[in-house]
Design a protein around this ligand. Structure first.
Ligand SMILES: [Zn+2]
Length: 346
């Protein structure tokens, strides 16, 4: 559905009170789990290599937390897990706030808002990226492609070599972009071609580009970096809990099960050391799972696991395929749109 229609419908339903009534009906004795990734200032959004589907603006996030505080019963992970394990129905309109990936902005931008409203939250960490100078391949590729486009414009003589560097991933088309700021179109191009971007092809292309430009990536300001363990310890002192999100953030259903098992096992090992005493939860990277992957997560010692698929949750649901609602800027920029999304209308 077009954005303008969603906007109009949700505002109309809110104005006549139907959205509030719908929340009362669909969240009766149920919980909704919000899935955030990144909370960014408008300037950071313009510099980031992340896809818009995983971002909200700081101001929008603060408004959403105010609404959540007012209209929902926000649970800590222990309270949520207790209901799931005892199969005891949730209080109506229960809510769990989650974040995937452990981005740096969770600490700088989201934590102050969570503290202001005294809200608990749960952050899932891909442990091999925490406190290390590594980016996810998507963001690294975006920054290096932006660098490639700018370099070719400035030094046309380098075009042939740069095209060769991009050959393995078939994305040389980005060099033909003539936008003044090619970043958003590069992000869209990567997202459209994702199916063909296997880990080994991406690794080769990244290595080619890094040696061509002599940089690790072009994320000069560190906009797309992750938190370190000190920041995580600081967040946990303010009521924020942490869970596993794999070691390498690879799609667990797309790799041989033995490798997936190892990735999950290592993530649990780090969780046990760094998150001592916390309830063991897991979120499948990008929501990719199979029954075998879920079984490996359970066998590793995690007790609840979360998907990236929308919908509300009953205490009777399978504890290893718990649904979450993705919150991003475009779909939830106003309060009625946010509510419409949370109650499963859009
Ligand atoms: Zn993730």
């Amino acid at each position: 559905m077009k954005h303008a229609i969603k906007y109009a419908v949700s505002h109309m339903l809110y104005a006549v009170g139907l959205l509030q009534l719908w929340q009362f009906v669909v969240l009766r004795r149920r919980a909704v789990i919000l899935m955030y990734h990144r909370v960014l200032t408008p300037e950071q959004m313009c510099r980031s290599g992340s896809h818009p589907a995983i971002m909200v603006d700081c101001e929008t996030f603060a408004e959403q937390m105010a609404v959540v505080k007012r209209r929902f019963k926000v649970l800590s992970i222990e309270e949520f897990a207790d209901r799931m394990e005892r199969k005891s129905p949730f209080e109506s309109s229960s809510c769990l706030i989650t974040f995937d990936d452990g981005w740096q902005d969770n600490f700088t931008n989201a934590l102050p808002v969570l503290r202001r409203y005294e809200l608990p939250a749960l952050v899932f960490l891909p442990v091999n990226f925490i406190g290390r100078n590594r980016l996810f391949w998507q963001e690294a590729l975006v920054h290096l492609l932006v660098l490639a486009v700018r370099t070719v414009r400035r030094e046309p003589a380098r075009e042939v070599r740069i095209r060769e560097a991009l050959d393995p991933i078939g994305l040389a088309e980005v060099l033909d972009l003539n936008d003044s700021d090619p970043r958003s179109r590069i992000i869209e191009t990567i997202s459209r071609n994702r199916a063909g971007l296997t880990p080994s092809l991406v690794d080769t292309a990244l290595a080619n580009l890094r040696s061509e430009f002599g940089v690790e990536n072009g994320d000069v300001e560190g906009t797309d970096s992750f938190m370190n363990w000190e920041q995580i310890a600081e967040m946990s002192r303010h009521g924020i809990a942490f869970g596993g999100h794999g070691s390498e953030h690879r799609l667990l259903s797309e790799m041989p099960i033995e490798e997936a098992r190892e990735d999950i096992r290592m993530s649990k090992e780090v969780f046990d050391v760094r998150c001592k005493g916390m309830f063991p939860t897991f979120s499948y990277p990008r929501g990719y799972w199979t029954p075998q992957v879920a079984e490996s997560v359970r066998a590793a010692g995690f007790r609840l696991a979360f998907l990236a698929k929308g919908g509300s949750v009953s205490c009777e649901d399978d504890p290893f395929t718990i649904r979450r609602v993705n919150i991003c800027q475009a779909a939830t920029e106003s309060m009625p749109m946010f509510l419409a999304r949370v109650v499963g209308l859009f």
